[in-house]
Structure formats: C-alpha cells, structure tokens
Design a protein around this ligand. Structure first.
Ligand code: SAH
Length: 403
C-alpha cells in the first residue's frame, strides 16, 4: 500500500529492516518526518521513504521512543474492536498455559511482548491492576479498563502507573480506580497452593512478583532441611515456599519494615510460626551481609538474592554491575560448603551472559568454586516476544558451592 504522504510518519532510507521484522520501537534517529498535524498519542501509518506503508503505531514526540508499533497491517483500523481482539488473544494465552492451576495472581498483558506496547495488566483474584507506561496507552486506559472488566468478569481495575519510565514519556505518576469497584485494602491470592495477602492500593510497593512463580518452586526444591537466607525478601513469598518444602529455618532480610510485617502475616496465613521458623530483619543488605562476614554463626545452606532492578538506564549499568558483584560475593562468602546460591537480576540491561560473568567474578573474589545447576527466567505469563529481546529481563542462576 502506498501512503497518503501527508499523514504518514516517514522512515529514513535504510531504516526499515527492524520495522519489517516487527520490532515495536521507533527511535527519532530512524525517522525522517513526522507530519505536524499529528498529535502526540495519535495513531498513524509508518511508511518507507518511498511511500510504502509498513505498519501503524502511536506517536509521542516527547519520548525517545517516538513511535510504538501496534499493527503491521496497513489497513487494519485501530479501533475498539482492535484493542479488544488484542486483549482477547493475550487472555487466551494465559488460559492455555500449564502450571497456572491454583494461581490467582498472574500477568494478563505483558506490554510489547503481547503486542500491546505500553500496557501491563496483572490479575489478583477478582481485581486487575493496570499500568499505562506510555502516552498512547494513558489516553486509552479507561476504555481498555472497561474492556478488561467485560472480558474477565473481574470486579474492578486499579491503576498503578507509578513507574519511573512514565517520566520519559512526559507523564506524571497516576493511580486510582479506572473501572468497577475499589478492592478491599487487603485481598488474598493463591500461588501453587500457598496463600498470600496483597495490597493493591496502598503501601510503598504493592502487588506480588508473579514473574518469580516457577523460580520459587525450583528454589524450594533445594530447601528441605536447610538454613535459608532470603535476601530482598519482600512479603516473604520465597520464604513460604521454602518452609512448605521443609526448610529448617528462614531468615528474611529487607530494608522495609512494612514488607517484613506483611511477610509475617503471610507466614501465619500458611500455617507457619514466624517467631520460631523465621527471623525477620530490617536493614540494608549490603551493610548486613558485610557485618555477617565476621560472625561465623551467620552461615547458610541456601541463600536467595532477589534484588530490585539495579540498572534503570544505560548510564547506571556500570554501577549496577558493581552492586550485583558485591552482594553476590558477600552472599557466596556466607555459604556453607555444598551450599546453594539462587541469585537473580531483573535488570533488562544486564543480559544473562553478563550476569553470569558477574557471578563468576564474585565467586572468584570469594575464592569459592560454584557450579550452575539451573538457569532461571521469568514465568510464562511474562512471555518474551522473539521480535523484542528487550522483553527478557529476569534471569537467575541456581548454583552450588562445591567447597
Ligand atoms: N523476592 C521477592 C521480591 C523482591 S523485591 C518476592 O519473591 O516476592 C525487592 C525487595 O528488595 C523490596 O522488598 C525492597 O524493599 C528490597 N530492597 C531494596 N533495596 C534493598 C537494600 N539495599 N537492602 C535491603 N532490602 C532492599
């Protein structure tokens, strides 16, 4: 199809390959011309310099990613029916996934990876949490929330668009009820037979890390009879599964007193006694692990390291790598011989190969030999579109210290 030249966003010559290969992002460097009359947030055709329409997407001149592509069919109207179809496909995938029986917390829409750039939707029981990461989605979020309610039969959609990435789109944080009813302050979800409280509205951090679902099972499988250190514990999900698998004791560490209180409630909800079966310590992990180097009684059979995203932009990658190396070295030094390290990074900018190198150099500095037993990644309700390698963010290594 040939573009009606005036309305299409025109690519520079030689920049069409990623678009043809269905990468969903267009940076300013690839664009020759954006029609003046196009408003930010609007949908437009994207054409080659010689007028062939390749795709359609929404525009935001304020973002580094000026266009996010939605469709590679030049004719397809991007109307309510389009959005509904995309949501239906995304929901159908989850319904078809194995291992989700008995899980009421899951990601229903994984943005670019579900061909819905900028839109993230999580389900928690009968409520949905929507994150609008871009202007194009922000403008349409109420309509999308209404469609999601219809399609899922849920009771309400909460917005938690408080991620830093919105600033790069010229948007400020937004939260509230987008459609339906407000959830109660605390709802209960289940994951693989365990129960957890989740607070969708309040709290410094809300929700639940469903991306670690299968990894909690993998790690728990090694926990029987072991003394476990759960660093960056959040609300104790790894701890609950460790105890379900017969861990002798779990030490939870987190900088937030609130999440540790929530972890204790979750332990009780699952029939465990936080006082005798766990220890819950608030503080900075870098400081605490460093102090424990000198305390020989602080040695563990299994250490879990699940830090927040250290690398938030290219300019922070170096510092992030030093952070990952530090905590991994400190953790490895606390491992008993034969001990297991389950170490994660959710920084998309640090790929699996680089992360493995960091863990290796941490082990080398600690003077310990580690073997990789399992490589871990995000669970299948957080799929990665092959055309969008940026979608792979969570990686983990399950290692054994041979001495
Ligand atoms: N493993 C958890 C998720 C961890 S989220 C789960 O499966 O649910 C990361 C956590 O790290 C947050 O709870 C945050 O409060 C905590 N955190 C961030 N920086 C920290 C630091 N320097 N020391 C201790 N905890 C920290």
């Amino acid at each position: 199809m040939i573009a009606s030249e005036t309305h299409a966003i025109v690519l520079k010559p030689g920049r069409e390959k990623p678009v043809r290969q269905r990468h969903p992002w267009l940076f300013s460097g690839a664009i020759r011309r954006i029609p003046d009359e196009l408003e930010n947030g609007e949908i437009a055709q994207v054409a080659t310099h010689d007028g062939v329409v390749l795709a359609q997407g929404y525009l935001n001149r304020q973002s580094q990613i000026q266009v996010r592509l939605l469709s590679w069919d030049p004719q397809e109207p991007i109307d309510d029916a389009f959005w509904r179809r995309r949501l239906e496909v995304s929901l159908a995938l989850r319904a078809a996934l194995p291992d989700l029986a008995g899980c009421t917390a899951l990601r229903l829409v994984n943005a670019e990876n579900d061909y819905l750039p900028g839109l993230t939707v999580d389900r928690y029981g009968d409520y949905l949490v929507l994150q609008a990461g871009t202007l194009g989605i922000d403008r349409r979020k109420v309509r999308l929330a209404e469609m999601l309610l219809e399609l899922t039969g849920c009771r309400g959609v909460v917005e938690r668009s408080d991620m830093a990435a919105r600033r790069q789109e010229g948007l400020s944080p937004a939260s509230g009820i987008l459609a339906g009813e407000a959830p109660p302050p605390r709802i209960e979800i289940t994951e693989s037979g365990a129960r957890f409280y989740v607070d969708l509205l309040a709290g410094q951090k809300t929700g639940f890390y469903a991306d670690q679902r299968q990894n909690r099972q993998r790690v728990a499988a090694y926990c029987g009879g072991r003394q476990v250190l759960n660093a960056f514990s959040y609300t104790g999900a790894f701890a609950v599964f460790a105890l379900h698998s017969g861990a002798a004791h779990v030490t939870n560490l987190d900088s937030s007193v609130d999440v540790l209180t929530a972890a204790e409630a979750n332990l009780r909800l699952n029939g465990f006694d936080p006082d005798s079966q766990t220890e819950n310590i608030a503080g900075d992990i870098f400081t605490i692990l460093r102090d424990w180097q000198h305390q020989p009684e602080r040695r563990y059979d299994l250490v879990i390291l699940d830090p927040p995203k250290f690398a938030t932009s290219q300019s922070t990658v170096e510092r992030a790598l030093r952070g990952y190396k530090d905590i991994n070295r400190l953790a490895i030094q606390l491992l008993r011989p034969g001990g297991i390290l389950a170490t994660f990074s959710c920084s998309g900018l640090v790929g699996p190969g680089l992360f493995q190198k960091v863990v290796f150099s941490a082990a080398a500095d600690a003077g310990r030999d580690l073997q990789i037993l399992e490589r871990l990644t995000q669970s299948a309700d957080h799929p990665v579109a092959l055309s969008f390698p940026e979608g792979e963010y969570l990686k983990g290594l399950l290692c054994r210290a041979t001495k």
